[in-house]
Design a protein around this ligand. Structure first.
Ligand code: MN
Length: 362
């Protein structure tokens, strides 16, 4: 039995999280909350009694300085990483790994290496357990998420005052100002979509110039101390016509209705249905993604508020709520906020203006 921050993992006597070469598993930072550094070619071994971090000389001192309750070691050569883990695992029987993230090359080599030291080691896939463990955030995690959300909210409120010649300039302003306000980096590449491009939920920001009557959809977030925010606001250039306004109001109503129903004990798919049923009445088939996802060390942190999600919401879970309507060759509206689930409702984390479709003069 190993206790993680807010959860207990049973039937293993060690958990090993490996950042093999450049493949970073964010779970590494769940167990070792280091703010600085990259930690490629590193690993953390968690046992019921201790945590052991293994890294290169390059980042060994960073780890040692930042972590109080972790024993830090460095290897001489990166080729020593897996053999050293294998030596350490001598005597352990049930070892948990994150099968969703460990590269096959690392897994197959580690499996061979351990047989040299230990005859009966069984590797167990802990990916589902560890996603679940991460759903409920600790106070330390919530503080970091709140900071990321504060930075993101402030930037969202500033967007109408930036200059908006085209998509990429708006994205540049957003990322510059998040950084200026203390973000470690953008949580993901900022989406800035004008006109018909806003109908693509995962549009890659390009060169499209501003045009009167076009939507401006911006989806972005700050990363702060490795924790993420994720927010979407949709604006319109010049004057909003009745159709543009109507779509915006529908999406906003869907979001507010869904959020109103959020509290501990509710099933995720029932929240999704509230937003989806309203949008389907007016724009059938045009809400083409889930209502939300959990948020944390990863932007998509593992849990979802979707049609098929039987997840029961619990206090301390953090989700996005982001209904949208996407009309090919016309444009799309998405409104996305982040919330913490509480016993009787939720705490809003991103209270940026959204009450009406903001018209940006050009
Ligand atoms: Mn999102």
């Amino acid at each position: 039995v190993i206790s993680c921050q807010n959860a207990i993992v049973e039937n293993v006597d060690a958990i090993v999280i490996i950042n093999y070469k450049t493949a970073i598993d964010k779970l590494f930072f769940y167990f070792t909350p280091i703010r600085s550094g990259v930690f490629e070619n590193s690993a953390v071994i968690v046992t019921p009694n201790e945590k052991i971090l293994l890294t290169s000389k390059l980042e060994f001192e960073t780890a040692q300085n930042e972590l109080k309750d972790v024993q830090c070691y460095h290897y001489e050569s990166i080729y020593d990483l897996l053999p050293t883990i294998a030596v350490f695992l001598k005597g352990y029987r049930n070892v948990g790994l994150n099968f969703e993230k460990i590269p096959y090359a690392a897994y197959s080599r580690l499996k061979k290496l351990v047989t040299r030291h230990s005859t009966s080691i069984a590797f167990k896939d802990l990916s589902a357990e560890l996603v679940n463990a991460r759903l409920i955030k600790t106070n330390e995690e919530l503080e970091k998420i709140k900071k990321a959300c504060d930075i993101t909210t402030q930037v969202a409120n500033e967007i109408p005052s930036y200059d908006h010649p085209n998509e990429k300039t708006v994205a540049a302003h957003i990322e510059f100002n998040m950084r200026k306000r203390g973000a470690t980096s953008p949580a993901f590449s900022t989406i800035s979509a004008i006109g018909p491009n806003s109908a693509d939920p995962h549009y890659t920001t390009g060169d499209r110039p501003t045009k009167s009557g076009d939507y401006l959809l911006t989806d972005f977030g700050a990363e702060y101390a490795r924790y993420n925010a994720d927010l979407t606001r949709t604006f319109i250039f010049d004057k909003a016509n009745p159709k543009a306004k109507k779509i915006y109001e529908l999406v906003l109503q869907a979001q507010l209705d869904a959020m109103d129903a959020i509290h501990a004990g509710v099933v995720a798919k029932d929240i999704d249905a509230i937003a989806r049923n309203l949008i389907e009445k007016y724009y059938p088939g045009r809400f083409i993604h889930s209502l939300g996802h959990s948020l944390g060390l990863e932007v998509h942190d593992g849990g979802s508020i979707s049609r098929h999600s039987d997840l029961v919401l619990e206090p301390g879970m953090v989700f996005t709520v982001e209904p949208g309507v996407y009309l090919r060759d016309y444009g799309g509206v998405r409104i996305e906020d982040d919330i913490i689930v509480t016993k009787n409702g939720f705490i809003p984390l991103t209270p940026a203006k959204k009450e009406e479709l903001i018209e940006i003069p050009i």
